[in-house]
Write a protein that binds this ligand. Structure first.
Ligand code: NFE
Ligand code: MG
Length: 560
């Protein structure tokens, strides 16, 4: 047995160490370590619940607003506030755009280089790359030989300069890279195009939220925005027109470039990557994008659970069944045990017990700043694969069509979804489903405004005088990386307890009190390593979950 550690894992947000033990070049065991402490939950204690979202969304600058959304929902749930339809639609638009933006950046800028060999792209034939582009991304304008000649020249100049920047220290030339040179050049070209594109489309957040990251227009009870066709600023006719134009750009790029590229990559890597990286095979989604109002509005992507890698299975989500253990995490509970604790009774008491640097070979009982969230004691994966798996199980027609078409295109069965490539495919298909859905939400907003419904927030319970002495609630949302929940307890008008259970805590969790490995850890076991000194295969599977440790890393206390 030999141990290797990747520390830090790069092309993620935050600080992650992955350690694996391999034998005969196959991973036998794995440890996922969040290496910095999270402190937002303590910062929130004692504050005004109406302010919580402003602090909470600073959890992360990558999933830029989802903590604000979960936070206002938690307070609204605790105080029994129903938001008006326009606020619901604007929140959907903000979240939908966040998903699309985040997923595209993940594929091209955080994940592609695990599959795309930058140096090999230099030997591509531009004319053959143009043909490949026309077949992969039909109708996309940048598909000429001259264009790919120019991209190759730009890339060559970059490599010749020795200033590789984001391309430095890659495993270039590694035998696990399986793309032909032309596919490498095509994906490098789209890496660069996606950089330009993302900067434009996220202007929707600037229009609806004032800025990005960390939009400023959330409020408990709705949104704090001017809303009227002829308003001098805010959401007026001009703004709606601009959003519409940007949504068209989103649809074009996603359907033509992103989905084509992910299919191309999946075709070349389906052997062996549709049989590796499975994870726990249990999927959980809170559901998101409510398309109606009232107490239990039907979401576009439904809530539910799938178990045992079986899309025929379907169970409900009851938040009472969620609990976190800290047996292997650097926390203690005041009760002295480290077993299952529902988030409403959660405690965040950091207790670092080593190891000390250089941390070689995890031998300590506790090895992560992430807690271990479980549902009914079982390990669940959250994220795009979970959302689409649950939506498939529920029978959501566009999801079934998209998933079935993808699988039949590649000649794959449903089992292939539970894999590293399955996770990439689910993320790309979800991006397309949302890109196609966003215009319907904009149209609904336009109809409301034109029809004279300008309500954007319910302020009847704004004053703490109207609140009960104590109240508690939870705010679920789906963030790009998966199910996100905030739990709040209010007493005397202030926050008595605040707990956040984030997607990357589910997926990146360490072992629990029962010894069960977290999803990343499980997904790594069984992975063959072509060259253990350059473990690109480990990165492929960990990155396929799109880790964000920043959601687990906000306060670094010197000495802790
Ligand atoms: Ni910081 Fe996040 C998302 C949340 S955590 S990126 O998506 O919530 O995984
Ligand atoms: Mg937490």
């Amino acid at each position: 047995m030999t141990r290797i550690a990747i520390d830090p894992v790069t092309r993620i947000e935050g600080h992650l160490r992955i350690e694996v033990e391999h034998d005969s070049d196959v991973v036998q065991d794995a440890w996922s370590t969040g290496t910095m402490f999270r402190g937002i939950e303590q910062i929130l204690a004692g504050r005004d619940p109406r302010q919580a979202w402003v602090f909470a969304q600073r959890a992360c600058g990558v999933c830029t607003h989802v903590h604000a959304l979960a936070s206002v929902r938690a307070v609204e749930n605790a105080l029994g506030i129903a938001i008006p339809p326009n606020a619901r639609i604007i929140r959907n638009l903000m979240s939908g755009v966040q998903f699309v933006h985040d997923h595209v950046i993940h594929f091209y800028h955080l994940h592609a280089l695990d599959w795309v060999d930058i140096v090999a792209a230099l030997s591509a034939d531009p004319a053959a790359t143009a043909s490949l582009c026309q077949a992969t991304n039909p109708g996309w304008a940048n598909s000429s030989t001259a264009y790919f000649t120019e991209v190759r020249t730009r890339l060559q100049a970059f490599v010749d300069s020795g200033q590789l920047g984001p391309f430095a220290a890659g495993y270039w030339g590694h035998p696990a890279y399986q793309l032909p040179a032309e596919a490498n050049l095509l994906l490098v070209a789209h890496y660069l195009e996606a950089l330009e594109w993302q900067r434009e489309i996220i202007k929707i957040h600037a229009i609806l939220g004032g800025k990005n990251p960390h939009p400023q227009t959330y409020t408990v009870g709705g949104m704090a925005l001017t809303l009227a066709p002829d308003a001098p600023s805010g959401v007026n006719t001009t703004a709606l027109g601009t959003i519409g134009t940007l949504l068209t750009s989103i649809q074009n790029f996603v359907s033509t470039v992103l989905v084509g590229d992910v299919k191309l990559l999946a075709r070349y890597y389906q052997i062996p990557w549709t049989t590796l990286g499975a994870g726990p095979g249990n999927l959980l989604s809170y559901g998101e994008f409510p398309e109606a109002d009232g107490a239990s509005p039907a979401p576009f992507l439904p809530a539910g659970r799938v178990t045992g890698r079986d899309l025929g299975s379907l169970g409900p989500v009851d938040q009472a069944a969620i609990a976190e253990t800290v047996a292997r995490s650097w926390y203690t509970y005041s009760s002295g045990d480290s077993g299952a604790r529902h988030p409403s009774a959660g405690e965040t008491t950091p207790t670092y017990t080593g190891p000390q640097p250089p941390y070689d070979n995890i031998t300590t009982t506790k090895y992560s700043w992430l807690k271990a969230p479980r549902y009914d004691g079982a390990v669940y994966e959250v994220g795009p694969l979970a959302r689409l798996g649950v939506a498939y199980a529920v029978g959501v027609a566009p999801v079934r069509q998209a998933v079935d078409a993808f699988l039949s295109d590649l000649g794959l069965g449903q089992a292939a979804l539970f894999s590293t490539i399955g996770r990439l495919a689910a993320r790309a298909l979800e991006t397309q489903l949302l890109a196609d859905r966003l215009p319907t939400w904009l149209a609904a907003l336009r109809t409301n405004i034109t029809g004279g419904d300008l309500r954007i927030a319910d302020t009847t319970r704004w004053s703490p005088d109207t609140w009960p002495a104590t109240a508690s609630g939870w705010g679920p949302t789906e963030a790009p990386r998966g199910g996100l929940g905030h739990w709040i307890a209010i007493a005397g008008g202030s926050i008595a307890n605040y707990q956040m259970v984030v997607p990357s805590t589910w997926n990146g969790s360490p072992r629990d009190a029962a010894g069960a490995l977290g999803p990343w850890e499980q997904a790594l076991v069984g992975t063959p390593l072509v060259d253990p000194t350059r473990p690109v295969e480990v990165l492929r599977t960990v990155h396929s979950f799109d880790p964000c440790m920043a959601c687990a890393v906000h306060v670094h206390r010197p000495g802790s």
